[in-house]
Design a binder for this molecule. Structure first.
Ligand SMILES: Cc1cc2nc3c(=O)[nH]c(=O)nc-3n(C[C@H](O)[C@H](O)[C@H](O)COP(=O)(O)OP(=O)(O)OC[C@H]3O[C@@H](n4cnc5c(N)ncnc54)[C@H](O)[C@@H]3O)c2cc1C
Length: 279
């Protein structure tokens, strides 16, 4: 299918992008990597009157590590994260997740900002950001604000972004010497959206874990944190953690609710081994 007709504007700056969104009163959409947006236009699931292209807006991309925090600009491409030595060293969870996101051609264009703003419930990066207790920077007509990742994802494809807002960057604590990351997902084919996935971080001291954060994707409308399982894992029992899982996934075209629930337990055992340094 072909998209409905739309106008196109290349934003010259962040302020220009916000102004263009405001002038079109909810009829305009930002264009980042286009890897989700263009598909929704082609399928006529979305028909904005204007695309505001933020490729080329200065200050929206790049990775920096300072004061114990990793900051990633919204327009940073998946491929840049995948190949970054800073990400490998300071954000091992993101490094582990990247190869699972789609295919190389899509990772060449897709951006972290686009992935978080689109908020597909089966996407990897939203769950990683929640696991990392990250913050998301937003600029809009009333100025700038930051939202904790745990409060950013509101519902199915719904976030804390307003109609005229631009997601500008994300920030999260850099991994320390004791930080361990765990990541696993099950997809029908490599590169497909996951049936179920799990992103995790913890502090490890020998075989003992603390500050465990386990965040599932593909099992609800938003990333789902499983606090009872986190507590059980921190107390040292993987079996108890699996028993404590209180997920309530809906069946979808990928798998039934029962299959998803079973797979969630399988993934938790795999990720627990990574957190415990057994792989
Ligand atoms: C075949 C295929 C397989 C895929 N598989 C996966 C997968 O396994 N896992 C996965 O996570 N993703 C997958 N994707 C999606 C891919 O990762 C996209 O790149 C990503 O979801 C959107 O990023 P984008 O930069 O392309 O955003 P775009 O497509 O340009 O935009 C997506 C939406 O976000 C909005 N937006 C974009 N940037 C901003 C911003 N800075 N501020 C506010 N709003 C913004 C846009 O207006 C639009 O509504 C797949 C895509 C395809 C086509």
């Amino acid at each position: 299918m072909k998209p409905a007709a739309f106008a196109y504007a290349k934003a010259r700056s962040l302020d220009d992008a916000i102004r263009l969104l405001g002038e079109h009163k909810g009829e305009a959409k930002l264009l980042a990597g286009g890897q989700s947006l263009i598909a929704t236009l082609n399928m006529r699931l979305s028909h904005p009157s204007l695309l505001v292209d933020i490729n080329g807006v200065a200050g929206l991309d790049g990775i920096s590590v300072k004061n114990g925090m990793v900051e990633i600009g919204a327009m940073t491409r998946h491929v840049t994260l995948e190949r970054s030595s800073d990400i490998a060293k300071h954000a091992p969870l993101i490094a582990q997740a990247m190869p699972h996101i789609a295919h190389p051609a899509i990772r060449n264009r897709g951006t972290i900002g686009g992935s978080l703003a689109y908020a597909d419930p089966a996407a990897e990066l939203p769950a990683c950001l929640v696991a990392l207790d990250g913050e998301i920077d937003i600029a809009g007509p009333k100025g700038k604000r930051s939202v904790r990742a745990g409060n950013f994802f509101k519902d199915l494809f719904e976030t804390a972004l307003g109609t005229y807002d631009v997601l500008t960057a994300v920030r999260f604590p850099a991994a320390g010497a004791q930080t361990r990351a765990g990541f696993a997902e099950l997809a029908r084919r490599h590169g497909d959206y996951a049936m179920v996935g799990l992103a995790a971080v913890a502090k490890a001291s020998g075989k003992s874990l603390s500050d465990v954060r386990l965040v599932y994707f593909g099992v609800g409308a938003t990333p789902v944190r499983v606090r009872k399982a986190e507590d059980a894992l921190a107390r040292g029992s993987v079996d108890d953690a699996v028993k404590a899982l209180d997920l309530d996934p809906a069946s979808d075209i990928q798998a039934t609710a029962d299959v998803k629930t079973h797979l969630a337990g399988v993934l938790l055992r795999r990720v627990a081994r990574q957190l415990l340094g057994e792989t």
